[in-house]
Design a binder for this molecule. Structure first.
Ligand code: HEM
Length: 427
């Protein structure tokens, strides 16, 4: 950053923020969502699921003449919405989904995570720290955009399955549930988004930027300082007749919110884990677990090697029963997902390599032996406690099971004692 830019202390004038194509897409999207939410809410007429007041449902149905017409309109508007996004996606792939664009507009970096933390503390009146500088969008806007990027394709696909009855009744049934759930997630974010965009006084210039495409430089300077600096630097290069710098190779951040070289801050990862647990309860009807899944893998091997022994054994017969596939259990698939998810995030973050994490004093062989020994003891312990940190502590704790709290206290106590004796292995 040149010193001339830093000295530029009283910014005036306007800066271009949004391309006209994005402004048109945004308002087309906003209008479609208004129509789809209105008609969608009126389509839910069953006594058990209706959430809109009866007068609203009757009024909207009457506007369209009948429920069948209402459904036709909802589907037609939905198909138009999908088509417009598909056209933008196909023709604008390079423009809107370019790595550089995603990194600038969607990916959260360290400043963003700090911004969220400080913002939350300031709202709670527990901090006076200044907010870290923000890029073209602030961290809250980026989180909303990430959510939209993830939810939109799900809403589109489930909508198509429902509209054209693709697949069995089970598939359509699941599509209905997932469609409602994902729309609900977007709506919860939209409430904040629309409030910030249309009502919150400080954000007025942002609202007009979605109409004119321009934002006052002073607003950019105060609210999106990192972006303002970038714009100014480019302006200076232009003025000096120098070429724009080629984008630096991907910085050690996220490609999207997913691509992060640094590990996620623990609190955010914890929040993500909590939401995953909530989603598992909602979708699968049970919590997360790990040791139960491993037990099933072992029971499966046993059922292949010694089927008679397994089905007669008082413990293994809980898992191995004639006519009941041992591996047909949520935890079995969850563990495959955990392994694939870990592999994917390691790959995205460029961390994928063969290595043995160990302390400096021990050899890789000792480390592997200790890992197996520790794993085996933990496995036996988890079965004796009827659950592990995931199944018992996390899932059990979320339903306030007393066993979960006793288990966690025991884990921490044993951890402290164990660490005293074993720390030399790591130091
Ligand atoms: C009346 C309704 C809406 C209003 C007043 C509104 C307002 C705005 C404004 C002012 C911006 C620009 C923010 C800036 O440049 O700093 C924006 C961006 C954006 N809007 Fe909306 N919006 C509305 C509806 C929607 C809907 C329905 C969606 C999607 C479901 C949506 C998704 C987005 C996205 C993804 C961005 C890009 C940046 C961000 O995440 O904030 N908006 N909106």
């Amino acid at each position: 950053m040149s010193s001339a830019v830093q000295m530029h202390s009283t910014p005036t004038g306007m800066i271009k923020k949004h391309h006209v194509a994005i402004i048109l897409l945004h308002w087309f999207n906003a209008i479609t969502w208004l129509l789809e939410l209105t008609t969608g809410a009126a389509l839910i007429q069953s006594e058990h699921f209706r959430f809109a007041p009866l007068w609203f449902v009757t009024m909207i149905t009457e506007v369209f003449g009948s429920r069948a017409n209402l459904l036709r309109f909802h589907i037609a508007a939905g198909l138009t919405w999908i088509t417009v996004f598909a056209v933008y996606g196909i023709f604008g792939w390079q423009t809107y989904f370019h790595q550089e664009v995603l990194e600038r507009e969607v990916a959260l970096d360290r400043d963003d995570f700090n911004w969220l933390r400080i913002r939350l503390l300031r709202i709670l009146g527990r901090s006076n720290e200044p907010l870290p500088p923000q890029g073209i969008y602030n961290a809250g806007q980026k989180m909303f955009a990430v959510m939209v990027y993830i939810m939109f394709p799900i809403i589109m696909v489930t909508g198509l399955i429902m509209a054209f009855h693709w697949g069995s009744m089970t598939v359509v049934g699941w599509a209905v549930v997932i469609h409602f759930a994902t729309v609900a997630v977007v709506v919860s974010g939209l409430m904040v988004h629309v409030y910030m965009g249309a009502v919150f006084p400080e954000e007025k210039p942002a609202f007009f930027s979605m109409i004119t495409g321009m934002v006052p430089e002073e607003f950019a300077y105060k609210h999106h300082h990192k972006w303002w600096k970038e714009v100014k630097m480019l302006e200076e290069l232009h003025a000096a007749g120098q070429p724009e710098p080629r984008p630096a190779p991907a910085p050690s951040r996220l490609l999207t919110a997913l691509r992060m070289k640094e590990y996620w801050p623990g609190y955010w990862a914890g929040l993500g884990l909590g939401l995953t647990l909530l989603a598992t309860f909602l979708i699968v009807g049970q919590g997360l677990g790990a040791s139960g899944g491993f037990t099933r893998y072992l029971a499966f091997i046993l059922s292949l090697v010694a089927p008679g022994y397994a089905s007669a054994h008082p413990y293994w017969s809980n898992y191995v029963q004639p006519g009941q596939p041992v591996l047909m259990d949520f935890l079995v698939f969850e563990l495959i997902g955990v392994a694939l998810g870990g592999l994917l995030s390691g790959w995205l973050a460029g961390r994928l390599k063969w290595t043995t994490d160990k302390g400096p004093r021990i050899s890789p062989k000792t480390r592997w032996m200790l890992a197996f020994l520790g794993g085996a003891i933990s496995g036996v312990g988890a079965r004796m406690a009827r659950g592990c940190t995931s199944g018992l502590a996390l899932s059990g704790g979320s339903v306030l099971s007393a066993g979960a709290f006793v288990f966690m206290l025991a884990v921490f106590a044993a951890g402290f004692v164990g660490a005293f004796f074993l720390r030399r292995i790591w130091l």
